[in-house]
Design a protein around this ligand. Structure first.
Ligand code: CA
Length: 240
């Protein structure tokens, strides 16, 4: 039996940053049950210190923290080394603000959340990152749509020759739209292809996630380049 068992995948390390101990412990306990190695931090400075020491595969990050807040933690951690971040927000509209700030969080989850949802979002985030890494290894061809140039290998973007800094999620979203120029992609399709969420996540807050990131992407590549089809989805326009 043992000879046919595939090797166990390397356990992933998650850093849970949350000052409310009961929430932090509940997250840690659930993630450990799912096979993650879990580190915990309860304030901003120790979160940055733990991230440098353990080099986690993913960070779950509360916004309101003692010391300095989750945004500052996200900036400092991302500056040292890119790592996927799932931000835990108190309100739905807080995610909009955070996306606009472009602090580099890859996903947002509004409290209160179910542990099942957290686990699903963390594993979707890790799948996305691993898929992006595999794509970078393939050195795929650069895409150009109406003056927007996207290099999936180096993950660099230019608009009319000017370099544009995109967060990992914004880049993946733009790449997905650019693969079907002019075509309207539904929010459900974007959630599946960009966020790797199953149909179970086609909720109001999931649609909001797409809308927030499109809004942020628009502000960087030019609003007219991304067409909204109300109630349906979005298309990247091949502007002359
Ligand atoms: Ca807090």
């Amino acid at each position: 039996m043992t000879s046919t068992t595939p090797p166990a995948p390397r356990p992933r390390t998650a850093l849970v940053v949350e000052d409310e101990r009961t929430i932090n412990d509940a997250l840690a306990q659930r993630l450990r049950a799912e096979g993650y190695v879990v580190e915990q931090a309860f304030d901003g400075p120790s979160a940055v210190e733990r991230a440098a020491a353990v080099r986690p595969d993913v960070v779950l990050l509360d916004v309101m923290l003692p010391g300095f807040d989750g945004l500052e933690v996200c900036r400092r951690v991302q500056a040292a080394r890119p790592v996927p971040v799932l931000m835990l927000t108190a309100r739905d509209d807080e995610a909009d603000v955070l996306v606009g700030l472009g602090v580099g969080a890859d996903d947002y989850l509004t409290k209160p959340f179910s542990m099942r949802e957290v686990v699903a979002r963390v594993s979707a985030l890790l799948r996305r990152v691993e898929r992006a890494a595999a794509l970078a290894d393939e050195r795929p061809a650069t895409l150009e749509v109406g003056g927007v140039r996207i290099d999936p290998g180096s993950r660099r973007t230019t608009v009319a020759g000017e370099a544009v800094h995109l967060t990992p999620t914004e880049f993946d979203l733009l790449l997905c739209l650019a693969r079907a120029p002019g075509q309207v992609l539904s929010r459900e399709r974007l959630l599946r292809d960009v966020w790797d969420w199953g149909d179970a996540w086609a909720s109001a807050s999931a649609s909001r996630t797409v809308d927030s990131h499109v809004k942020a992407l628009r502000s960087k590549v030019g609003a007219s380049r991304i067409r909204t089809v109300h109630g349906v989805g979005y298309a990247l326009e091949d502007l002359a």
